[in-house]
Design a binder for this molecule. Structure first.
Ligand code: PBG
Length: 323
């Protein structure tokens, strides 16, 4: 044993700890999610996600601009249509909820980075992320609709499209549709390693997107698998993904780390609804200090290798100067 080696020497005072810190979490690396619904001047609380609301387009614009002036430069938008059908028509309607919201916000605030979630589950009557025939979620017919959805988001002004459906080949289909329509400059952030997770529960309340039958295990990944995530990531990059996502984040830090050591494209981690709700519940029961929990969790996600994070905590962090 070498008694001269004392790791505590560099932990003695805060300034030295800051100098030697390996990971710096900063709010510029965070993305705030928004849930947009039909109507005017509507604000609905989401009972399982305290502090997050579903808002109509007018309030969405107000909130996003307010956040932008505070320093939240990037958002991800989810739409909840008033009508759902078998073909998810609202997903690729030029006058759909997301398309109108994006168009209106870009008009008012051109410098904001708008990412749109490209999926069908909020728009299908059965709540699955693809077209259903005889109880099966069909891959190929879904691709065309996803590509149309992505194209309509970009035509409305989205800066980045983020397919979250987990169909095979969707990145390629979306890339082709964008390229053929003059949008070869628009990047794709693919939800590449997206697991079938119980941590999405609160989101499904917010987005009214719980599947009416079965679950998402025939398309989202099995949480027992890690090597498969690497395969999904490589496939998506091969199909043209510019950035890849690991989702959820907190129980999947090993996946983030493995993806980080495998690829050089930017990696996003999604600190999902259930992770948010757990922290809010713990804080409200006084089982933990909310600020400290949030900072530790987000720093751990960055430490694992994420370049940026989608988190419902973003507004609290930026408003209160937690980072
Ligand atoms: C749509 C989608 C989901 C989430 C993001 N996009 C739900 C799901 O796959 O069931 C979950 C986000 C969260 O829990 O915060 N497919």
């Amino acid at each position: 044993m070498n008694e001269n080696i004392k790791p505590r020497r560099v932990r003695s005072i805060p300034a030295l700890r800051d100098l030697t810190a390996e990971t710096i979490a900063i709010s510029k690396k965070l993305i705030m999610p928004h849930f947009v619904i039909e109507g005017e001047n509507v604000r609905q609380d989401i009972s399982s996600m305290p502090g997050i609301q579903r808002v109509s387009i007018d309030n969405f614009i107000r909130d996003a601009i307010n956040d932008f002036t505070l320093g939240i430069k990037s958002i991800i938008v989810f739409g909840i249509p008033s009508i759902k059908d078998e073909k998810a028509s609202g997903a690729y309607d030029e006058k759909g909820i997301v398309q109108r919201a994006v168009r209106a916000l870009k008009n008012e605030c051109p410098d904001i980075c708008i990412i749109t979630d490209v999926c069908l589950c909020e728009y299908t009557s059965h709540g699955h992320c693809g077209i259903v025939t005889n109880g099966k979620i069909e891959n190929e017919p879904t691709l065309e609709l996803l590509a149309r959805t992505a194209l309509s988001h970009v035509a409305a002004g989205a800066d980045v499209v983020a397919p979250s459906d987990m169909m095979d080949g969707r990145v390629f289909a979306i890339r082709a549709a964008l390229d053929h329509n003059g949008f070869s400059h628009i990047p794709i952030l693919s939800y590449a390693a997206k697991y079938a997770s119980s941590f999405y529960g609160p989101f499904r309340e917010a987005a009214e997107s719980a599947p009416a039958f079965g679950d998402r295990s025939s398309y989202q990944m099995d949480f027992r698998n890690a090597r498969e995530a690497l395969r999904e990531v490589l496939l998506d990059i091969d199909e043209g993904a510019d950035m890849v996502m690991v989702k959820p984040a907190l129980a999947y830090l090993d996946i983030i780390q493995r993806v980080r050591s495998l690829v050089d494209v930017p990696i996003c981690a999604y600190n999902v609804s259930g992770e948010y709700s757990m922290v809010k519940a713990a804080a409200s029961l006084q089982f933990g200090d909310e600020r400290k929990l949030v900072v530790e969790i987000l720093t751990a996600i960055f430490r694992a290798g994420a370049d940026f994070i989608i988190s419902y905590h973003t507004r609290d962090i930026v408003k209160n100067g937690w980072l």
